[in-house]
Design a protein around this ligand. Structure first.
Ligand code: SIN
Length: 495
């Protein structure tokens, strides 16, 4: 049994940035894969939104964030991330992240959907995630206060007799104990058959937290990126929204426009979904807007297309919506604290109130670094150590390949861009049956929470669209707790 003062579970942007910010407090970081692998952060093509350009202002950024979130963003949290964003970008620059510059040396800022100003800082066009992660990994490996343990997958949280979280249980029942445990486990896109996330990202963080009674917020809000590249890959490569910011157009197979290119993400995703269902196909035409600049300006998108024998300089790119980002997660306060003592959450596995029903593009990396910085500040100020006496616990089962593929098909079929009550009920029954046959894996708990909250939300709002309830009702966030393996989650909405 290994013990530490602070244990960070997850080594994407949120986990590593937090670890670096904790200095000189010592911490252990658990990474389920070698650093930089199986991490959505490293795949982020869009960059980080921050009001740094002349004429921009954090207030405008906060307003855009609130507007995109369809009535469910907490305005105080939107202001907080917008206000603190510019300093966190400067932190990343000081860690060596080579953000793109204009010819006069200022930070280049690009436009993405639903931003009223160009305010996304990027690296080499579409390589922000990789460049940021490369810089953080190098800094974390060199930092004497950080111990990185790779290839360790957490499967359950441990609690002491008072209910305080005091560690995690990994594969092979290996325990890591700590006075404070921070979940930074990423998202849930891997629950879907078509996703831009690493397929390992199956909502483990909020499932583990739910199992120890943590409050879960807004699990039904899954954001589908409108323009994943439809070349039959799993995960699906992304065609970044910045292409539309540069003037690329969404068209159908007949070459007709059918949606405003820079409308909010949920609107574009739904239009593309319906166009494809109607058999007209959907494509992103960047021939004129990007053309010969593709290799230099969008190297990741260019390489993905070319590897499938498709030259985006010559032909429109086939596109499909794909599960991309989870707005829901472990409910936290503005310091990243969850409802369970000793447990914190940061990054995509958390739900801080910043994203509401529909995240504004490039606000996810921003939220991750802002909250990581805030958690580190609290933990540096409060270095209380707690007795580490875990009660008995066993790790839940993991899903074998076949039931995992079944789960992803179920979510894709019934909890997608357009949902309805009958489909959600059927999916819940199917997920329940998988649990009966294969044990209550974390992925099934996560799926259950998403489905039951989607069923309970009898309205359409942001990324959650119900064809049987197409109108909006009173804006209310969802807060749920999990009642255990055989119980149903309490999916009542609460404000
Ligand atoms: C993109 O580059 O389109 C994705 C950015 C994001 O999800 O914030």
């Amino acid at each position: 049994m290994k013990s530490a003062s602070i244990l960070i579970v997850g080594a994407g942007l949120a986990g590593l940035f937090l670890a670096l910010k904790l200095a000189p407090r010592r911490c252990v970081v658990l990474s389920q894969a070698p650093l930089g692998q199986a991490s959505s952060s490293a795949w982020a093509q869009g960059g980080l939104a921050a009001a740094l350009a002349p004429g921009d202002d954090p207030k405008l950024h906060a307003d855009d964030t609130v507007a995109a979130g369809a009535g469910l963003v907490d305005p105080a949290v939107a202001s907080l991330i917008a206000r603190e964003g510019p300093d966190r970008v400067r932190d990343l620059i000081s860690l060596g992240v080579p953000f793109d510059r204009t010819p006069d040396g200022a930070l280049a800022q690009s436009l993405e959907a639903a931003h009223s100003r160009p305010r996304v800082v990027r690296v080499s066009g579409d390589l922000a995630g990789k460049a940021i992660m490369d810089a953080l990994i190098a800094a974390a490996r060199a930092a004497p206060h950080i111990e990185i343990v790779e290839r360790k997958r957490a499967r359950a949280l441990l609690r002491d007799a008072n209910g305080r979280v005091c560690g995690v249980l990994c594969d092979n029942e290996e325990a890591f104990l700590a006075s404070d445990v921070i979940l930074a486990t990423g998202g849930a896109g891997g629950l879907y058959a078509v996703t831009t996330n690493p397929t390992e990202a199956q909502g483990q963080g909020f499932a583990m937290a739910a199992r120890v009674g943590a409050l879960i917020a807004d699990p039904e809000f899954v954001q589908f990126h409108p323009t994943a590249i439809d070349i039959g890959r799993d995960p699906a490569p992304l065609a970044t929204e910045a292409l539309r910011g540069e003037g690329a157009h969404v068209i159908n197979g007949k070459g007709e426009a059918f949606v405003a290119d820079l409308a909010p993400r949920d609107v574009v995703a739904r239009a593309i979904h319906l166009e494809r269902q109607a058999g007209r196909g959907a494509f992103l035409d960047a021939r004129e807007a990007v053309g010969s600049k593709f290799p230099a300006h969008f190297p990741t998108v260019f390489a993905a297309c070319m590897s499938a024998g498709l030259d985006p300089r010559e032909a429109p790119i086939p596109i499909a919506p794909a599960a991309h980002y989870h707005m829901g997660g472990v409910a936290t306060d503005i310091w990243g604290r969850t409802s369970v003592e000793g447990l914190w959450a940061v990054g995509e596995c958390a739900s801080t109130g910043a994203h509401g029903a529909n995240r504004l593009a490039s606000n996810s990396l921003l939220e991750a670094v802002v909250f990581a910085h805030r958690i580190a500040a609290r933990l540096r100020d409060d270095a209380a150590e707690h007795a580490l006496a875990p009660g008995p616990a066993t790790a839940p089962p993991t899903l074998a390949d076949e039931p995992r593929a079944d789960l992803r098909r179920i979510m894709e079929a019934h909890a997608n861009v357009v949902r309805d009550g009958a489909g959600l009920e059927r999916a819940l029954a199917d997920v329940h049956a998988l649990g009966e046959s294969h044990g209550q894996a974390n992925a099934l708990v996560a799926a259950h929470l998403i489905l039951s909250a989607a069923l309970a939300r009898t309205e359409s709002r942001g990324a959650h669209y119900r064809s049987d309830y197409p109108d909006v009702a009173t804006p209310q966030r969802t807060f749920v707790t999990w009642r255990g393996v055989s119980g149903t989650p309490n999916a009542a909405a609460a404000s």
